[in-house]
Ligand binder design. Structure first.
Ligand code: PEP
Length: 251
């Protein structure tokens, strides 16, 4: 039985004051959630990670980062390494978010390198994959997702996938208010699990597979009701404590 996982991606939002309020709200709202059922993490902007980790001390909510360098140290101006994130106390790092693939031109090779850099420091990568609307309409969704996952397996190896999380995030559903139907999401999730199962049944069975794309309190339960959907990566709705908490409850 896989544990469920809900991760909030706060993107480039917040101030010290608003994040203080958000974390306090989350701790209040989630105080009664049985910790043995659902893993919860939040991914603030880098500069607020120490504040959030300090506020979360003693809580079951983990902290993650939204990005990382593929290098551990050196002359890489403006970059943040997995070593640094581990020292701060992060547990997760999002790699391959579609905004980074699109806006920062990150390639599958870049993402695979980040994935291994994260794991080398004992952190858990949350690997994001997803198709554009044009790819979906062209019937290329499953082959595209498979290619994105195999690009990481080719570098990291199938066993490394056991210590990772995969988030299926259709690009057309991110921040648009359009959610994939539970059936559309389940179809892709089942395919991802099959791609992994072709190499290792054990890895495929154990891996937490999240859906992301306009998940809200009122659509979460239906998505989580699907066999291969183990939780969610949440953007917009993660910025309101009550909404994020409701999604965690649904998981
Ligand atoms: C995301 O950016 O990972 C995301 C899922 O955003 P939203 O929930 O706002 O669609």
């Amino acid at each position: 039985m896989r544990r469920s996982l809900v991760v909030g991606n706060w993107k480039m939002h917040g101030s010290a004051a608003s994040i203080d309020t958000l974390v306090t709200g989350l701790q209040q709202q989630l105080a009664n959630l049985p910790a043995d059922q659902t893993d919860i993490a939040v991914c603030p902007p880098f500069v607020f990670i120490p504040q959030v980790i300090s506020q979360l001390e003693g809580s079951a909510i983990a902290c993650g980062a939204q990005n990382v360098s593929d290098q551990q140290e050196g002359a890489y101006t403006g970059e943040i390494s997995a070593t640094m994130l581990a020292e701060l106390g992060c547990q997760y790092v999002i790699v391959g978010h579609s905004e980074r693939r699109t806006l920062m031109a990150e390639s599958d090779a870049d993402i695979a390198a980040k994935f291994t850099a994260v794991q080398s420091q004992g952190l858990t990568p949350i690997l994001c994959v997803g198709e554009s609307l044009a790819q979906r309409e062209a019937g290329e969704t499953l082959s595209w997702i498979e290619q994105q996952i195999k690009a990481v397996i080719a570098v990291a190896g199938i066993e490394a996938m056991a210590a990772s999380v995969i988030a299926y995030e259709p690009i057309w559903a991110i921040g648009t208010g359009k959610t994939a139907s539970p059936e559309q999401a389940q179809e892709v999730h089942a395919h991802i699990r099959q791609v992994l199962a072709n190499e290792s049944q054990a890895v495929a069975g154990a891996l937490q597979l999240l859906y992301g794309g306009s998940v809200k309190a009122d659509n979460a339960a239906e998505l989580f009701g699907k066999q291969d959907i183990d939780g969610a990566l949440v953007g917009g709705a993660a910025l309101k404590a009550a909404d994020f908490a409701a999604i965690c409850m649904a998981a």
